[in-house]
Design a protein around this ligand. Structure first.
Ligand SMILES: Cc1ncc(COP(=O)(O)O)c(C=O)c1O
Length: 444
């Protein structure tokens, strides 16, 4: 038996099923840049970047050095009681980086999930209102607050209610809602009418604290909100005194070809949540937002013992240096252009590939059957073949290929990845791919 399997068999005796979404029987041992190596010494191109949590690549030397230096100096003193020299620097740095020409404050957390919970707290605290509005298809996290505002898997709510009260979900303007031959503006206006319906029938706008949105949905399928819809939404929040917050946990920090995904829309949010790649994958998150909103709650409304821990803060400072020095947003835009061309060509060549959605090094590719309907089985065959050929890629929502490599991936590695994908596409078209023999459910 190989080492991967041996470790998995052992681990499965005591690992709770709710904590792992099943894909490949692989155990990661180490990583470097855009590659990871498994317990049997097999190296893969990583087209997932630990779920967009390693935009700077695996074990970037500058980040490693910063972590080592800080660990020598001080591993932890809780920022809940005392400031420390490293975390204090990060507060200034994040406040300066946030979009919007107004004063910002920062609240740290340990995960994207708790950052989104904090957004709900601050918005309610500031407005004195209870209702929270989010969108179908969203993934905001796994704590009670963040899973209540999410809407992308029944397993996230099944058997665990009651959830947070006062949450209303609106239809997200994604491709599944779109009618044939509808223009962007027509589509935006029709979906925005659907957004308005609850406000005309049971939801008083002056009792709504928050609208929370992923400007580009991540786990929902890498789906960008149409600009006109976003403008209408933002104007609505201005008119009714509602806090407008964006979730940048998945799509922030250069992923979309800009520093923040909301920068693609020319809007400055009141609050935003950041996590995942912020500390190159160490557990650190933050809410960054308008000072007046952030000042609406008093301690200990949002303290955690390890939130803003100095080692994670040192990693974040080094991560932000790398993002700037290596111009990772610019790199994501440039290589994203190459990816867009590759996937566009593939869509023209293979009828099982629908219109690709590519925003920087960040793509959702729907795999469909002859009738244009989602084909999860074909998508599963593809990711398994891609895995055999040496690259890690997973599916979202069953039939969407998720393409999110580390932003430091080299041109050569990207070309190699395209070669692998093209081979898998060709083999699927030729009817050569089989469904994997596995006894576990695959994917979400
Ligand atoms: C958009 C978005 N928000 C929040 C989260 C939750 O972050 P975490 O898993 O760090 O709690 C995720 C995780 O996938 C995410 O994609």
């Amino acid at each position: 038996m190989d080492k991967n399997q041996e470790i998995l068999d052992q681990e499965s005796q005591h690992l709770a099923s709710a904590t792992r979404i099943g894909y490949f029987d692989m155990v990661v041992d180490h990583g470097e840049g855009a590659t990871i190596t498994d317990a049997d010494g097999r190296t893969y191109l990583d087209l997932l970047a630990s779920a967009s949590a390693t935009n700077t690549g695996h074990s970037h030397p500058k980040v490693v050095q910063a972590i080592a230096n800080q660990a020598q100096k001080l591993i932890q003193y809780t920022p809940a009681y005392f400031s420390n020299t490293t975390t204090a620097k990060l507060v200034d740095r994040l406040a300066a980086l946030a979009p919007g020409d107004f004063d910002h404050e920062v609240a740290f957390g340990n995960s994207g999930s708790d950052a989104n919970d904090a957004i709900i707290k601050f918005a309610r605290g500031y407005t004195g209102r209870q209702y929270v509005v989010s969108f179908t298809g969203a993934y905001h996290g796994s704590t009670y607050g963040s899973l209540t505002v999410s809407s992308c898997s029944l397993n996230m709510t099944r058997k665990i209610g009651p959830l947070l009260p006062g949450v209303v979900k609106m239809p997200f303007p994604g491709p599944s809602e779109r009618l044939a031959r509808e223009s962007d503006d027509e589509f935006s206006e029709r979906l925005f009418d659907q957004f308005l319906l609850p406000f005309k029938t049971y939801l008083p706008a002056d009792e709504v604290a928050l609208v929370l949105i992923e400007p580009i949905q991540g786990d929902g399928g890498i789906i960008k909100t149409p600009q006109h819809y976003m403008d209408l939404l933002y104007e609505f929040t201005r008119k009714h005194g509602i806090v407008f917050a964006v979730d940048e946990v998945n799509q922030g920090l250069g992923r979309t070809g800009k520093m923040w995904s909301i920068d693609n829309f020319n809007i400055a949010p009141d609050l935003m949540s950041v996590g995942k790649s912020l500390a190159s994958g160490l557990p650190l998150s933050a809410v960054v937002g308008r000072k007046d909103i952030m000042e609406s709650l008093d301690a200990p409304a949002n303290v955690y013992t390890t939130a803003g821990n100095p080692v994670t803060a040192a990693a974040a400072l080094a991560t932000l240096d790398v993002i700037e020095e290596e111009d990772l947003p610019g790199r994501s835009a440039r290589l994203g252009q190459k990816a867009a061309e590759f996937f566009q060509n593939a869509a023209e060549k293979y009828n099982f590939i629908a219109e690709p959605r590519v925003y920087g090094l960040n793509a959702g590719i729907d795999i469909v059957d002859q009738a244009g309907q989602p084909d999860s089985e074909a998508a599963t065959k593809l990711i398994y073949r891609i895995f055999e050929l040496g690259a890690i890629m997973i599916t979202l929502g069953g039939n969407t290929l998720r393409f999110q490599p580390p932003l430091v991936i080299t041109d050569e590695q990207l070309d190699e990845a395209f070669k692998i994908l093209d081979q898998a596409f060709t083999e699927l078209a030729a009817g050569k791919l089989k469904a994997p023999e596995t006894d576990h459910h695959i994917g979400w």
